[in-house]
Ligand binder design. Sequence first.
Ligand code: ADE
Length: 234
Amino acid sequence: MAYWKFIYDVMRIDIITCLPKLLESPFNQSIVKRAVDKGLVEVEIHDLRNYSTNKHRSVDDYAYGGGAGMVLMIEPIAKCIDSLKKERDYQEIIFLTPDGIKFSQKMANELSLFTNIILLCGHYKGVDERVREQYITREISIGDYVLSGGELPAAVVADAIIRLIPGVLNDETSALTDSYQDDLLAPPVYTRPASYKGLKVPEILLSGNDRLIENWRHKKALEKTKQRRPDLIP
Ligand code: ADE
């Protein structure tokens, strides 16, 4: 067993959804899969239908007062969350919803320090408000647009968190040099060949002079940020 298991509590992310198949692929590829395989994070997906209280396994119903769209019922969600809470303490129970607080790198950094979190995926017209009042500690939106459910947002949030867990990225500094980590967008990067059909890699990157390269990268990051996201510059 790797030594860090003795030092850190392994982070656990429980995702509650009525469309579990939608979440299979994001956790079975690349960096996230490696993190799970290495035992640096546990991701469990819970099918809300398994907690349904009726024989049709339904988890939604019409909205009181009328109106289009179905609403996720409180009972299956409560049953699922209560059973998880019996197993361990959760620092956050997060609901993915377009009317939540906008997700950011800062929030990802903060959530990556927690040990156990639940992500609840909304669907249809939303979720019974009593779930939000009784169980949810934080509501997150991944942007000002409406998706058909919270599954893709949950995958986005989980991915952003998991790549920050120590040991997940091979090069520890690479998460620190991401766009947004220092409120700047990332500078351009190049790889071989140094010249492609006359398109040349900037000379300075081939110079081997770390200090000059660092200055160049900072300058380019600043230029790009000023041009695309001036709101990030104080
Ligand atoms: N569910 C639907 N759209 C969403 C969004 N933009 N963010 C989070 N959850 C959502």
